[in-house]
Design a protein around this ligand. Sequence first.
Ligand SMILES: [Fe+2]
Length: 324
Amino acid sequence: MDDTPEPDENFNDREMTITLTHRGDAPFLEEKRRAILQFRDNARELPFSLDIPQVVIGRSKEADLCVNDHYMSGKHARVLVIHNFYYLEDLNSRNGTTVNGKKVTFMRLAHQDVIQIGQTAFRFLQMDAIDGNYIKRLNLQAVQSLALAVEAKDPYTKGHSERVAEISEHLASVMGLPSTHLERIRIAGVLHDIGKIGVPESVLLKTGKLDPFELELIRKHPVDGQNILRPLNFLGDILPAVYHHHERFDGGGYPTGLAGEAIPLWARIVQVADTYDAMTSDRPYRKALSKEEAAREIVRCSGTQCDPAVAKAMGEILAPGKPG
Ligand SMILES: [Fe+2]
């Protein structure tokens, strides 16, 4: 577990690419075309469509984000994060990128558009059964892209999702959970705060006390997270961990106030990992605690905020003499 902060200078210019990737050979395209058509048939209710030659990569209330490319070369358009704002950029695609019928080379996007694009890309990938491993890898990349979109809004959380993922997996392994669960718990860790994409920066970055309305906005993020991920079938098993990661063992948490073992186990694991990482990271309003201080704090919260079994596993990981 490495909690050394990394330099931030390039972070806000990090590229978040959510483009559809294609290998371009003819049989592949034929398969792809069939997958798309089937996808479209199954998706009458969904607020977007995919077609050839026009590929709609996302649609939201405000914009249809279309990329026309007869050859589906993989060079369509991409989404960039620059100084906490999202932009759509055309990548010299053969026929240009269109938004609501107008060609654009570069335009600013609303956060909601980005969520829609991410979900569309996910759904598209889900339909693609051509190469299971290839798709699995792309799915994970898309998961990470969404998590990065949240971190881009708050530089203080840089690397948070990856660290929570790593700690959650480590805890689950120390607790003896089956190996098939470990990768899923890791994904739950990556995505646990995805709902924060809907929280305005003014609230997310506020250093002073939050007023009740702002608190309410922050407290909505597990619910928003579940709503964002719900359409993605392949993430169905991790939704409870995202939804319940702010519950407390004594029932004083949110959004439901569940207590004890009624809280899904993966959520109790992510909760401890999240708490530990928050305590050991610098925030605008306080300095990071040392690993030893954080370990003591987790033990102190055992049975109130934290599940005692998970807190015990954390204690084992952080026991003196163990490499952090
Ligand atoms: Fe959270």
